[in-house]
Design a binder for this molecule. Structure first.
Ligand code: SAH
Ligand code: SF4
Length: 344
């Protein structure tokens, strides 16, 4: 979906036509331009031909209600997007921001694929429209968005923010229900600090020291722990917003009781109180061992005893391989980190 194309088609029409088109797209979730009866037949036909609405997606569904959409983009690139259904009527879409990812984190299946290209704002929003259209007959809506699919959102900053604005202003999803997760791109966090929209920030920290983080996240070489946490601390001070620290627990790597204590200490020192730690047991991708249940509980326990608020991510959609870190297109191979274009 190329939103500039829509604007250019409608530029010859009176101004309110674009507003009507946006309403049809983002509020009524139309499947065909023929449903927009306020438009003349020739205009509907032209839009149908030049701005087709269908998203080319293959949907798989798991028993917990999670749906994964494998989307083929206009140039044949493939991305994945996931809908998670919560018991309290919330419906969260996990969107991709890039086809593949240039960051190369050792534990992540998307990282293993390498990087192909950034997604446009339209391609990001389209992932949400796909599920809005599926939920509409049930009279349900998408209520939350997390940028936790494929890619590093802060390496595609402009298009991600354009998409966030459309999702907030046009689709009507509250900013506090939109979360951007980053592996810790300092420049991007600095920009986000000055954004007027109150969206949530999640930081994939995964280790309290450079020594440990260097082993699993190549980004730590340019954006090391101490600078990252200082930047996040400043973000909290300036915005007064709570930040989520994501902590992937990998067996025998970063899940010892000593590491838990170290993590609690460094976070309290650098971030104060406005943060919560979300522990995520590693979803196996073949490289590391998942943590034992006991070590996860012990880790959480130590954080809590040290005054840190802890949540645990429930892993949705394991059967459809839609869980975090497991999004990878089989057989695809992009550019690896270093050669990838830096699009900050
Ligand atoms: N690139 C961004 C957002 C996408 S990844 C980021 O890294 O934050 C979304 C989340 O999934 C991140 O917290 C990431 O660390 C986590 N993740 C990656 N691989 C995983 C795995 N194998 N098991 C569990 N979580 C994983
Ligand atoms: Fe990219 Fe995030 Fe996966 Fe790292 S964890 S490779 S940043 S998608």
């Amino acid at each position: 979906m190329d939103l500039q194309k829509l604007e250019s088609i409608l530029s010859a029409e009176p101004k309110f036509r674009l507003k009507q088109a946006y309403e049809a797209l983002f509020k009524n979730f139309i499947q065909s331009w023929q449903d927009v009866t306020v438009f003349s037949k020739p205009l509907r036909d032209r839009l149908e031909k030049e701005f087709p609405l269908s998203v080319n997606a293959k949907i798989s569904k798991s028993i917990d209600g999670t749906m994964k959409g494998l989307v083929t983009l206009h140039d044949g690139r493939l991305i994945e997007t996931v809908l998670m259904r919560h018991k309290d009527n919330r419906n969260t879409v996990c969107v991709s921001s890039q086809a593949g990812c240039p960051m190369g984190c050792a534990f992540c299946a998307t990282g293993d694929m390498g990087f192909f290209r950034n997604l446009s704002a339209g391609e990001i929003v389209e992932q949400v429209l796909l599920f809005e259209r599926i939920l509409k007959p049930e009279e349900e809506r998408v209520t939350n968005i997390v940028f936790m699919g494929m890619g590093e959102p802060l390496y595609n900053y402009a298009e991600v923010m354009k998409a966030v604005n459309i999702l907030n202003k046009d689709v009507g999803i509250a900013a506090r229900h939109i979360s951007v997760s980053t592996c810790g791109i300092i420049k991007g966090i600095l920009k986000l600090t000055d954004e007027p929209l109150q969206i949530n920030l999640a930081i994939s920290l995964h280790a309290p020291t450079n020594e440990m983080r260097d082993k699993i996240m190549p980004v730590n070489k340019s954006d090391p722990v101490e600078l990252l946490l200082k930047t996040v601390g400043d973000y909290i001070k300036k915005t007064n917003r709570k930040v989520m620290i994501e902590y992937l627990l990998i067996g025998e790597l970063n899940n010892s009781p000593e590491t838990a204590k170290e993590l609690a200490d460094v976070l309290k020192r650098e971030l104060g109180h406005l943060f919560v730690v979300n522990v995520i047991p590693y979803n196996p991708t073949g490289r590391f061992t998942p943590p034992s249940k006991e070590s996860v509980n012990k880790f959480k326990d130590i954080l809590e005893k040290n005054g840190v608020t802890v949540t645990q991510r429930y892993t949705f959609g394991q059967e459809v391989e839609g869980a975090c870190g497991q999004l990878a297109i089989k057989g695809a191979k992009g550019v690896s980190k270093g050669r990838a274009r830096d699009s900050r």
